[in-house]
Unconditional design. Sequence first.
Length: 153
Amino acid sequence: MWLIKKISWIECFSGCCRKNRPKLNSPIGLLSLSSLVNNKRALFFFKDYFKDFYREQPWKVQKKILWTLALVETLEQIPTIYFKHLEGTDGLYEIRVSVGSNIFRIFCFFDKNNLVVIGNGFQKKTQKTPLEQLERASKIKKEYYEKQESDKS
């Protein structure tokens, strides 16, 4: 059985200084946002792809990532500045995060209508999305659906 790993972005803002910042895998001690708002989507963090990327980021970037994920989870229509379908792909989307002049992308896709499966992330350094990152996201998507099928058996 899979456990859904959910990040409470509200937890992110609870620490008042860098040494008290919450860890991604820490227990959630605050009221979950989902109890305050009618979420439009659920987020599922498949394996550790996102977690590994997230942990490498500075605190300021982590805050902005969690804020952007909260938009994806709660807004009826997400502005394309934050969430965009990748043309020429089989259902891949990118969550778009900007912090100063740094640009980050987190690949995701939909499963069962309102479940957003979060995959890998990276810092974008060129105008075009690197092909190896797109290929990795496609492999993660394929791996996810293969796991779903094997769990049914």
